[in-house]
Design a protein around this ligand. Sequence first.
Ligand SMILES: Nc1nc2c(ncn2[C@@H]2O[C@H](COP(=O)(O)OP(=O)(O)O)[C@@H](O)[C@H]2O)c(=O)[nH]1
Ligand SMILES: [Mg+2]
Ligand SMILES: [Zn+2]
Length: 342
Amino acid sequence: MDFEEKFSQKKRQTRQERKLKSLKDRSKYKKTDQKKIEFEAPNSPRGRVISVRSEGVLVEYKNQGILCELKGSLKKGRSRQKNLVCVGDFVFFEPHKKIIEMVEPRSTTLSRAEHLRQRKEQLIAANVDQVLICVSVAFPNIKPNLIDRYIAACLRQKMKAVLVINKIDLPHEQHIDELVAVYEQLKIPVVKISTMTDYGIDDLKDIMKGHTNVFTGQSGVGKTSIINKIVQGNYRVQEVMAKTEKGSHTTTASLLIPLKSGGYCIDTPGIKSFGLFGLEKKEIEPLFIEIHKTGKKCAFSPCSHTHEPDCMVKKAVEKGKIAWTRYNSYLSLIEGVKQDYE
Ligand SMILES: Nc1nc2c(ncn2[C@@H]2O[C@H](COP(=O)(O)OP(=O)(O)O)[C@@H](O)[C@H]2O)c(=O)[nH]1
Ligand SMILES: [Mg+2]
Ligand SMILES: [Zn+2]
C-alpha cells in the first residue's frame, strides 16, 4: 500500500468515525428531546419565578415582572414539598388572569429539611447549576459542618459547588489556608474575597458568568453585600447588632437577579441549619468522595467507618490524610440518619 492509498484509507476511516459520532450525538439529542416532552407544556407564556412573596409569585416574562397567583388546583395536589413554587422555577401562566397553571419539571433543586423526620421538603431554589457556599472569616465564624452539607447536597443534585470566603479584610484566627487546602483537594474552587476592599470580586464574577448561581450560607456572612458588588445593586444589607454580633434577617425571601455577563444569581435568606431531605444512610458515604475512596480499603465491607476494626478511613483521619472536620461532618449526617431510621 503506498502512501496515497494509506492516506485515503485513513481519511475514509475518520469520515466513518465522524459519521458514527454524529449518529451517536443525534441519538443523544433524541433522548433529551424525549425527556423534554415527558410533560405536556401548555400553550401559555413561560416565565421564570423571580421571588415568592406574600402578595403572590413574581414572574419574569420578556423583561417584565408579573405578579401571579398560583392556580387553586395546584395547591390541592398532594406534594412532598412544603412550598409548591420557588425562585428559579420556570412556570406557565395565564396572561390575563395572571394565574400560574403549571410549574415545569425542575432540572435541579436546592432544598432543605429541618431534620430528617420532617415530611416536607422546603425548596430554596430551582434550576440552579452552581451553588456559591458563602462563609466569612469572622462574624460569624466558619462552620465546616454546614459547608460539607451543602457540598453533599450539590453532589446529590449534580450542581457545581464553589466555596466563597468573604470578609478576608478582617483579622482572623481560624486557619483559613488549611480550610482552603481541604476543599481544593476535593476539586472545589475556592475564592477569597472582601466586599470592603474588592479583593477577589473579579475572580468571583468570572466564576459566576453564564451560570444560574445561588448564594447560600449563614446569615451575616455577606451574601447580599456580595450580590450588590456583582450587580451594582442596592439590596438591603443587614446591620450587625453590637450586642450579639449577629445580624437580623434582612433577606427574608429569595430573589433571582439577572447578571449582565449572562446568567443569574439568587440571594437567599440565611439559614441556621441545613438538612438533606429524605437522605438515606447508604447515600451518605458516596457524598464524601475522599471517605468513599479510602473506604474501599477497609477490612469490613460495607464499613460505616464508625466502630469497625481496621477501618482505613479512621486511620486516614488519624494520620491527617482526611480532614477531621470532614469526618465529623460525615459522622453528623450518619448520626442524624441513625436517630431517624433505626
Ligand atoms: N468586614 C467586612 N464586612 C462585610 C463584608 N461583606 C459584608 N460585610 C458586613 O457583613 C454584614 C452582613 O452582610 P449581609 O450582606 O447582609 O449578609 P447576608 O446576611 O449574608 O446577606 C453587614 O454588616 C456587612 O456590612 C466584608 O467583605 N468585610
Ligand atoms: Mg442577605
Ligand atoms: Zn471504614
